[in-house]
Design a protein around this ligand. Structure first.
Ligand code: NAG
Ligand code: NAG
Length: 302
């Protein structure tokens, strides 16, 4: 077969042959990246660097680093102040219109981008997401921001105060991203009732069968936890664990949770089918080496 193609190419125009030889089915699976809190699509020291790294390792890959808003400043501000449900709508719309993604794509979310991309998987089955990689994502939310990335620390102090006043009041839910995945284990019922984003995608108010079906359509759901994470409380959330309800000292794993035993989101079934991958990185939040990335993450992007 290869010989036939080659022979035909020898006789016909090179331009035509280019199309024949580069079989579309063999092109690398595109990658969609969603940055974390206080970050933006294109910072060369963060997402821009990751994009470049992936492009070097997988020649010809199409990498889309999501920008929420018209420019980088808006993109960063929106990571604090644009309702996550709206952000997910914007992204779904963007992915649906992108001609490069129509055959499917892998996705990789950093920090809060990890749970946001899971919402995309659950709400927007087309185009299809193949692998979902959550790098330090807080799949069961957070109950504290012990430390904030770099220049955003004044914002974090303010956010912490606001969340303590009333994370689940309607006004705060509508406008503060971090409130939308604030998970108060001392007040699980308030969380279940009031969280407009995380409680919804985690099926806390009932089971949306399409969420379950869409998530189960993934090939792999990879979750990376940072073993020395000082920014996420509790860091167990990065593997879908959390505080045991009613207190904030003892944590339980995903497998010990009612979400799993009742299988409201289909995660138990995915686990049994080998679709859940739990990876550990031995650093603080989002700290990893290129070698670690190449060894642990790249196989899921090929
Ligand atoms: C389930 O989720 C889909 C996708 O977001 C939504 O359109 C639908 O209304 C939801 N169904 C229920 C019963 O909430
Ligand atoms: C949660 O919602 C239910 C049903 O609407 C209500 O009965 C209950 O009082 C609410 N609980 C809290 C803590 O808001």
């Amino acid at each position: 077969m290869e010989f036939v193609k080659f022979a035909v190419c020898g006789l016909w125009m090179v331009a035509v042959c280019g199309d024949v030889v580069v079989d579309k089915a063999e092109a690398p699976v595109p990658l969609v990246i969603w940055h974390g809190m206080g970050d933006s699509c294109c910072n060369p020291l963060s997402m821009g660097g990751i994009k470049k790294l992936v492009e070097q390792q997988i020649p010809g890959i199409y990498v889309l680093s999501l920008k929420i808003g018209d420019n980088i400043v808006q993109d960063m501000e929106n990571s604090f102040f644009l309702n996550v449900n709206k952000q997910v709508d914007i992204v779904c719309d963007q992915l649906a219109k992108d001609p490069n993604l129509q055959q499917g794509y892998n996705s990789m979310g950093f920090s809060q981008g990890g749970q946001f991309l899971r919402a995309v998987a659950q709400r927007c089955p087309s185009p299809p997401m193949k692998n979902l990689i959550s790098v330090g994502g807080q799949q069961q939310g957070v109950f504290g921001f012990p430390r904030c990335p770099g220049e955003s620390s004044h914002l974090c102090d303010w956010i912490r105060k606001v969340l303590n006043v009333g994370a689940y009041t309607r006004a705060i839910q509508e406008y503060l991203v971090q409130a939308e995945y604030w998970h108060d284990p001392l007040n699980e019922e308030e969380y279940r009732n009031g969280s407009i984003f995380l409680a919804d995608i985690n099926q806390e108010r009932g089971v949306n069968e399409s969420y379950k079906r869409n998530l189960q359509a993934l090939n792999k759901f990879v979750m990376v936890k940072f073993l020395k994470d000082s920014m996420v409380d509790p860091s167990d959330s990065e593997w879908f664990g959390f505080y045991k309800p009613g207190q904030d000292k003892e944590t339980i794993t995903l497998q010990e949770s009612s979400l799993y035993s009742e299988d409201r989101l289909g995660l138990r079934e995915m686990d049994k089918a080998g679709k859940l991958v739990f990876l550990a990185a031995d650093g603080d939040h989002l700290q990893f080496s290129v070698e670690w990335f190449n060894e642990k993450i790249l196989p899921f992007l090929r």
